[in-house]
Write a protein that binds this ligand. Structure first.
Ligand code: FES
Length: 138
């Protein structure tokens, strides 16, 4: 394990990320147009969110989407619906994501359409989380 500039503990795979991830978050936010926040808490992880995040990171890098960052998130509070991820600032929530959904999510991250069939979370919870994200706490 190693530490990033933000003081975050990095796994070996995270350490292999592009140099931009080592910039302070406030600087990265000026370079990144779109975040894909992937829950890495216990329930989502038990449903494969770690593998999904890695797959998304690899696919985004392979597609050359330098203004997109796929990163972990602590928990969105919809643990039984996981794996959960939110594309921000688009404010699109994807729940129950499976590996076969990754193609469509990458297309969304590249500027394509929102994958509506994966958006199945209660609107009041979504609004709460989006308000939290708007504060910049992630
Ligand atoms: S464990 Fe993923 S939303 Fe809580």
């Amino acid at each position: 394990m190693r530490y990033g500039v933000d003081g975050d503990l990095l796994s070996e795979s995270e350490y292999e990320k592009p140099l931009s991830v080592f910039l302070p978050l406030r600087v990265r936010r000026t370079l990144v147009n779109r975040f894909c926040l992937v829950c890495q808490n216990v329930d989502c992880k038990s449903r494969g969110s770690e593998e999904l995040m890695q797959e998304l990171q690899e696919r985004v890098a392979a597609k050359g989407l330098a203004d997109v960052e796929v990163r972990s998130y602590m928990c969105f509070g919809a643990c039984q619906e996981g794996p959960n991820m939110v594309v921000y600032p688009d404010k699109c929530w994807y729940a129950g994501v499976k590996k076969e959904d990754v193609d469509e999510i990458v297309e969304h991250l590249a500027g394509g359409a929102h994958v509506e069939r994966l958006d199945k979370i209660d609107p009041s919870l979504k609004e709460l989380i989006y308000q939290l994200l708007d504060t910049g706490v992630f």
